[in-house]
Write a protein that binds this ligand. Structure first.
Ligand code: SAM
Length: 305
C-alpha cells in the first residue's frame, strides 16, 4: 500500500447512526454460534473480539450465565452502544481495541487463557448504514471507511495519493476484481475523488459489467486496505493459540473468501486446533430471507487442542 502521511482526516464525522430496519444490527448465525459455545464450555472467559452492537454478546450473557465475558471492538460508536447495553452487567467487560490487543486486556482483567472466542469479521450494519462513514456505495458520504476514525489514512487519502498501480493492486488483491487496472486508470484520470457517489460514478461510467458486483468489490477492497484487515487477521491467527486454553472453543464468521481461506487453513493445518466441523456452516433459508447480511456469512468452528 502507498506510504502514509501522518494526518488526521478532516472528513470524519461521527454523524447520526442509522440502524437497520429492525432498529439494531442483527447478529448472524446466532443459534449455531450459541449452541457451539454452550455445548462445550460453561465457565471461564468467553471473548467476543468483534463485539459490534453486542448481539452475540447479549445471547452469551443469557445462555452462559457463569462465564465472564469480554467484548472488544475497534469502533468507538460500537463501544458506546456496548457500554449502554451492558452498563449494569458486571460479568461483561467492554474495551475499545483491536482484537490483536486481547491478551493485554485479558491480563489487565485477570485472565491468562480464554475458554472461548468469537470473531464475527467485517463491518456491521451500524457502520454500513451511517453514510457519514463512507462504507456504502448506496448513499453519499465522505470516503472515510475507518473503523476507528481517530487514526490512519482514509479511503479518500488512499485514492488521491496512491499510484495507479497501487490502487489496482488494492482492488485486485482485496476485492478480487479482475477489472482492477481499468478501474484504477479511471480513478487516477478523474481524481480528486472525495465522496462515495463520485467514486461510484467513475466506476459506473468507465467499467462494463454488473455495477453492483463491481462496486461491492471495490468498496470491500478499499475498506480492507484502510483498516489493514488482513494484516490484523494474520496477527490474530498467529497468536490465538497463546491465549486460548486446551479445549477452548473458537468460532469465526467470515463474509468473503480472503478471510475464509485463512480460517480454513488455521483449523486444518496449524496443528493447534481440531476442526469442529470440516465444512463451513451457512445460514438457513429463513435467516437468509430475513437478514441479507447472512447470505454471504460462513461460520467455521474449531477446538484448541
Ligand atoms: C460484523 S460486526 C460484529 C457484529 C456483532 N457480532 C453483533 O452481534 O453486533 C464486525 C465488527 O468488528 C469490528 N472490527 C473489525 N475489525 C476489528 C479488529 N481488528 N478488532 C476489533 N474489532 C474489529 C467492526 O468495527 C465491527 O463492529
Amino acid at each position: 500500500m502507498c506510504a502514509e502521511r501522518p494526518t488526521k482526516s478532516h472528513l470524519y464525522s461521527s454523524g447520526h447512526i442509522r440502524m437497520d430496519e429492525t432498529g439494531t444490527h442483527v447478529p448472524v448465525l446466532l443459534d449455531s454460534v450459541v449452541s457451539f459455545f454452550s455445548g462445550g464450555i460453561t465457565e471461564g472467559l468467553l471473548v467476543d473480539g468483534t463485539a459490534g452492537a453486542g448481539g452475540h454478546l447479549a445471547a452469551f450473557a443469557e445462555a452462559l450465565p457463569k462465564m465472564s465475558l469480554l467484548g472488544v471492538d475497534r469502533d468507538p460508536v460500537a463501544i458506546s452502544i456496548l457500554r449502554s447495553r451492558f452498563n449494569q452487567d458486571s460479568v461483561v467487560t467492554v474495551r475499545q481495541a483491536s482484537y490483536t490487543e486481547i491478551p493485554a486486556i485479558m491480563n489487565e482483567i485477570g485472565f491468562t487463557y480464554a475458554s472461548g472466542a468469537l470473531f464475527d469479521l467485517g463491518l456491521s450494519s451500524i457502520q454500513l448504514d451511517d453514510s457519514s462513514r463512507g462504507f456504502s456505495y448506496r448513499s453519499d458520504g465522505p470516503l472515510d471507511m475507518r473503523f476507528d476514525g481517530s487514526s490512519g489514512a482514509t479511503a479518500d487519502e488512499l485514492l488521491n495519493r496512491c499510484s495507479e498501480r497501487e490502487i489496482a493492486d488494492i482492488i485486485y488483491n482485496y476485492g478480487e476484481e479482475g477489472r482492477s487496472r481499468r478501474i484504477a486508470k479511471a480513478i487516477v484520470r478523474e481524481r480528486p475523488v472525495h465522496s462515495t457517489q463520485e467514486l461510484a460514478k467513475i466506476i459506473r461510467g468507465n467499467v462494463r459489467g454488473n455495477p453492483v458486483k463491481i462496486l461491492s468489490r471495490v468498496f470491500q477492497a478499499l475498506r480492507i486496505a484502510v483498516n489493514r484487515e488482513l494484516e490484523q487477521l494474520d496477527n490474530l491467527l498467529e497468536n490465538l493459540h497463546t491465549w486460548t486454553e486446551s479445549g477452548a472453543r473458537i468460532a469465526f464468521i467470515t463474509f468473503h473468501s480472503l478471510e475464509d481461506r485463512k480460517i480454513k487453513l488455521l483449523f486444518r493445518d496449524s496443528g493447534y486446533y481440531s476442526q469442529f466441523s470440516p465444512v463451513w456452516i451457512v445460514a438457513d433459508d429463513n435467516e437468509r430471507r430475513e437478514n441479507p447480511r447472512a447470505r454471504s456469512a460462513r461460520l467455521r468452528m474449531g477446538i484448541r487442542l
